[in-house]
Design a protein around this ligand. Structure first.
Ligand SMILES: Nc1ncnc2c1ncn2[C@@H]1O[C@H](COP(=O)(O)OP(=O)(O)OP(=O)(O)O)[C@@H](O)[C@H]1O
Length: 332
């Protein structure tokens, strides 16, 4: 079942420019110069129930604008959106009961009242029964370890504590679909791990569909099998994360630390292997081809030269994505 269906979605913004000088300011009062910018440029996308999708892109790529349209906050300039079988903008009231949203940069909790009071208000807004609330939220509060925070006003919480409460607040009505926009921004590693573990759990337990935007690609690696890569409002890749890694990186990199200074002549010549010197005793072998070449090269090298260490370097998603944006690599 498709939870999200988006076709040829587009959002344009007018960006106004000011004319210089006093006369320019005066003319601006009557007519303004503007350019039209397509923040989201004809994207099509479907997400099935239970998927965890990483929606990634550079600053200004159009991620938040997409999420705002998918959650009914913004209306599209063109295209169609069906989320949970509804039009998010037109069926807003019914629609919001079926989604949970966390914007890392914004709070949905009331600043001056205790966290549990915010929860109680949201419970009323979403019309959640006492029975459902106690059963579901007991578990959420325990897993996110926010029990001791419930009687504190939000303004007294640390960022990590607040984010865990935000996440719990987004789940009060146990929505089948969760939008997370930078949910781990500014959090320390331990809190990040806690949040990731929790998201995996609700995905497994309730088949909750999750669309996650983040600049922290380790979040994506930990959670999402599928990634959608956005560049200047267009989708440039939609598929499995491991395929993106395989497509973007040609082969593997084997790093040798030798016990003595090594020159090119000491190294074996093997087809599809190129050597690069890192420093006097460290060399990198770029292996292009089947996996067996890696063991062959390690065997041939250590037969002739004493080594201190050998590493097979996996290229991180962060490096891959940087490479794609820098080199404009065409992926599809
Ligand atoms: N309300 C608005 N009015 C005019 N332009 C806007 C508006 N909102 C967003 N934009 C522009 O649309 C483009 C996409 O912005 P968006 O916030 O969707 O990017 P993003 O991928 O979420 O970026 P970031 O990673 O920085 O959050 C940007 O060029 C931005 O300046």
């Amino acid at each position: 079942m498709n939870v999200i269906e988006v076709q040829n979605l587009r959002k344009e913004f007018k960006s106004y420019s000011s004319r210089s000088g006093l006369s320019g300011a005066f003319r601006d009062l009557f007519t303004r110069n503007y350019k039209v910018l397509a923040a989201v440029d004809n994207i099509s996308l479907t997400v099935r129930q239970g998927e965890m999708v990483g929606y990634i892109g550079e600053n200004g790529a159009g991620k938040s604008t997409t999420i705002k349209m998918l959650t009914g906050i913004l209306t599209p300039t063109a295209g169609s959106i069906t989320v949970n079988g509804m039009n998010p903008h037109k069926q807003r009231e019914e629609f919001v009961r079926t989604i949970g949203v966390v914007f890392g940069q914004r709070s949905q909790l009331w600043w001056d009242i205790a966290v549990q009071e915010s929860f109680r208000l949201l419970k009323k807004v979403y019309r959640v029964s006492d029975e459902d609330y106690n059963r579901h939220m007991g578990h959420v509060i325990e897993t996110l370890e926010i029990g001791p925070l419930l009687d504190k006003p939000v303004r007294k919480l640390s960022l990590g504590q607040r984010m865990r409460c935000e996440l719990a607040a987004a789940l009060i009505h146990n929505p089948p679909l969760l939008f997370l926009d930078e949910p781990t921004i500014g959090l320390d590693v331990l809190v990040k791990l806690k949040i990731r573990k929790f998201l995996k759990e609700i995905n497994e337990q309730y088949k909750t569909t999750i669309l996650l935007t983040t600049h922290d690609l380790t979040d994506i690696e930990a959670l999402c099998e599928r990634v959608v890569l956005l560049d200047e409002g267009k989708i440039i890749y939609d598929g499995k994360l491991n395929q993106l890694q395989a497509q973007a990186v040609e082969g593997k990199q084997v790093e040798f630390d030798f016990l003595k200074v090594i020159t090119n002549a000491d190294l074996p010549t093997i087809q599809n292997v190129t050597w690069e010197q890192k420093d006097a005793t460290t060399w990198l072998a770029f292996v292009n081809g089947d996996e067996q070449l890696v063991s062959q090269i390690i065997r041939d090298v250590i037969q002739k030269n004493p080594i201190k260490n050998v590493r097979i370097n996996e290229v991180s998603t962060e490096e891959i994505v940087r490479k794609i944006y820098e080199e404009g690599m065409a992926l599809s």
